[in-house]
Write a protein that binds this ligand. Structure first.
Ligand SMILES: [Zn+2]
Length: 276
């Protein structure tokens, strides 16, 4: 299928109506951010990743599958980066309303599944909340809030343990992927900063962590002077190509399995609690 035919906003209304009413109609809404990504990567890094990876995944899906995409949401929830120039952030309340309003309209059209295809780590929790609230209000439509770097098979073998644990932002992985996807947007500096940077930065208290089991809601300025949290020195174009392949193959499989499934269950909150 021509990539444009997968763009929901390029359909005329009769086609959109037909698309949304297909059994299992699935819409993917890519989410990025407009936020500092160190002195070497563009503000739109996450938006570009969500957009490009999704387009590549769609090329691997059978033309008959009922799946379309929305335009990328290129401004997100980025308070942790806000003191850095260039960062634009919507409030949590506005993000919740955005997902609720657009999602509610999609559900009314007949769409059965909405995937929030998110590439910005700072809004994972918020989009999960938005998804739960939307699902409860529109039980006929499944809402799947995913983070493109989470659970991807093969990342452990591509990135060193320190980058997997602490390379949260504009480090080896993001710099490599951008070198591969849009090298002209990558500047010459390659900072190393944050938890394994210069040592001048505060580490979380013993037993606590940046993310994971006991997280500490860090601000970038707690950890980094450059805006990088990770080691951009390790970035290479080759690694970027391998990361792109891992992401495409992982998400192609996930979308295939979703499209083959009967999720969401037809019995839902509308049938519960049972009235005797
Ligand atoms: Zn990023």
């Amino acid at each position: 299928m021509d990539g444009l035919q997968r763009c929901f906003d390029q359909l005329a209304w009769p086609q959109a109506d037909q698309a949304a009413k297909q059994p299992g109609a699935t819409l993917v809404w890519p989410f990025g951010a407009c936020e500092q990504h160190g002195p070497h990567l563009p503000l739109a890094t996450d938006a570009l990743f969500a957009d490009r990876i999704l387009n590549s995944v769609f090329e691997h899906l059978d033309a008959a599958l009922p799946i379309w995409r929305l335009p990328v949401q290129s401004i997100g929830f980025s308070p942790e980066h806000q003191p850095f120039p260039g960062t634009l952030s919507l409030s949590a309340e506005l993000m919740l309303q955005l997902v609720d309003q657009v999602g509610g309209q999609l559900a009314s059209m007949g769409v059965k599944r909405l995937v929030l295809f998110n590439a910005h780590g700072g809004q994972i929790g918020l989009l999960q909340v938005a998804a739960r609230q939307l699902r409860l209000r529109c039980p006929s439509m499944a809402v799947l809030p995913c983070f493109i770097w989470s659970g991807v098979d093969g990342l452990q073998s591509l990135l060193p343990p320190a980058e997997l644990a602490h390379g949260l932002h504009a480090g080896q992985a993001e710099t490599s992927l951008m070198l591969h996807l849009a090298p002209k947007l990558v500047g010459p500096s390659r900072p190393v900063d944050g938890a394994h940077g210069s040592g001048s930065i505060h580490a979380p208290p013993d037993g606590w962590s940046l993310e994971g089991a006991a997280p500490c809601a860090w601000l970038t300025s707690d950890l980094s002077e450059t805006g990088v949290i990770g080691d951009a020195r390790l970035a290479t174009i080759e690694l970027g190509s391998q990361l792109e392949q891992a992401l495409i193959s992982h998400w192609t499989q996930r979308f295939k399995s979703l499209l083959c499934s009967d999720w969401p269950p037809t019995k839902s909150v509308v049938d519960w609690p049972r009235k005797s």
